[in-house]
Design a protein around this ligand. Structure first.
Ligand SMILES: [Mn+2]
Length: 423
């Protein structure tokens, strides 16, 4: 592995290819306008690390705030323009170096780069030309994209903007080889971060210790912002599925520790969950639940292949979970709705530029889809519950587990936790 994963980039041909495919789905004379989005402030004078709207990134390949992509097509010619901030030395003095026009061209492969000062004139001209269809993506939250759509519809009439989010979701459901490569790297970095946490776990630690060990490992290799906030939840805390306040008290002996963590490389995410016994070995009850959850994972993964729906996968998991819960003596009938008391979340989601990636839920899974598969069973009466999560790539025959090298077999986990290296 290289020392800084930020050197890994998706090639400009990936982004230009995506733009070309999008135009094939739109009227001949059209203009696509997409917005990276605005800076989000943590506090006066302090900004959160910026992450662009993923549909914008999928087409533009740059991640700088306020950038805008314009694709103008008139049937025979296409002109792509990226609007970015001009290089403002005073702004850079405080906020750091900005991308130059040359860097923007290199990353995105667009025809030209303009500075944002000229954006307004370009947008006004497009809105005024009624012969051009305007296509855009409103995004999920209020921001420049939704303001733009409102503005166009205010001038041209309701529903006059062609929204492209569904088309792009369909594209994004099938990963290209360069994306799969980045997901593989994100999983490798996640594995490395988990191994560093395990070193600490052998000597006894707290949630904060494990949390910081994983984040530290990811940061050291250039992943300054993981795919999502790292989760470390010991014992009862695992009942808060997205437990985000890791605790500083020593973890009690004899509980299970849930971790759910994912690095991001070139904008592509990993999403891995494991559960470990704090004692280093599994008790009888912990073994029973662990094997049940792992059995559900194997059973669910076995049915993932081209043609199935996300709802089929969920159904298969619930059947497996129901069987397991019956054998554990927790429910009375295998087809019982009692299962809902122990199964709190669905088993799968697409994985990509968003950790819960864009998708059209009622379309069948195709070759090239990447899914996170995360069966979880939560048993309040046992004060124990966890999920185990792997990432899989759908192939012609079924699927391959991309994260299979991250130990999850019960004996393998015990061997790892028992290795010397701690106290
Ligand atoms: Mn997940």
């Amino acid at each position: 592995m290289i020392s800084d994963i930020r050197e890994y980039r998706l090639p400009a041909s990936f982004f230009s290819g995506n733009r070309k495919r999008l135009l094939e789905k739109l009227p001949e004379r059209c203009c696509v306008v997409l917005f990276a989005g605005e800076t989000v402030y943590m506090s006066e004078g302090a900004e959160y690390r910026f992450r662009p709207n993923r549909n914008f990134y999928y087409l533009a390949g740059v991640e700088q705030e306020d950038s805008v992509l314009l694709i103008r097509a008139d049937g025979s010619n296409t002109q792509t323009t990226l609007f970015i901030h001009s290089n403002d030395p005073l702004k850079e003095r405080w906020a750091g170096k900005r991308m130059t026009a040359a860097e923007a061209v290199e990353r995105s492969g667009v025809d030209e780069v303009c500075f944002l000062e000229t954006l307004e004139d370009a947008l006004s001209a497009i809105i005024a030309d009624q012969s051009i269809t305007i296509a855009s993506d409103k995004g999920v939250r209020l921001g420049p994209a939704s303001r733009f759509v409102d503005r166009v519809e205010g001038s041209r009439g309701e529903d006059s903007v062609r929204l492209v989010s569904r088309i792009l979701a369909r594209f994004r459901m099938v990963k290209q080889s360069c994306e799969i490569e980045m997901i593989r790297r994100a999983i490798e970095l996640t594995d490395l971060s988990i191994r560093e946490a395990l070193v600490l776990l052998r000597s006894g630690t707290c949630e904060l210790g494990l949390f910081s060990a994983m984040n530290c490992a990811m940061t050291r290799f250039g992943c300054l912002e993981p795919a999502f906030p790292t989760i470390v939840a010991a014992g009862d805390n695992a009942f808060f599925l997205h437990h985000s306040e890791p605790c500083g008290k020593p973890i009690a002996k004899g509980v299970m520790i849930q971790i759910d963590v994912g690095a991001a490389v070139a904008g592509l995410c990993a999403d891995i969950s494991r559960a470990y016994p704090s004692a280093g070995t599994f008790s009888a009850r912990q073994s029973a639940l662990y094997d049940a959850v792992l059995g559900c994972l194997d059973q669910t993964i076995r049915m993932i292949r081209p043609g199935v729906l996300l709802s089929d996968i969920n159904k298969a998991f619930r059947e497996a979970a129901s069987e397991a819960l019956f054998h554990l003596g927790l429910i009375s009938g295998k087809d019982s709705t009692e299962v809902g008391g122990y199964v709190w979340h669905s088993v799968t989601h697409h994985l990509g530029m968003d950790v819960h990636d864009a998708c059209v839920r009622d379309l069948p899974i195709e070759v090239g889809a990447v899914l996170a598969v995360e069966p979880g069973i939560y048993i309040r009466e046992w004060e124990m519950g966890f999920r185990i999560e792997d990432d899989v790539l759908v192939t012609g025959e079924g699927c391959v587990i991309l994260s299979s090298f991250i130990p999850r077999d019960r004996f393998e986990v015990e061997a790892l936790l028992g290795m010397s290296g701690g106290m």
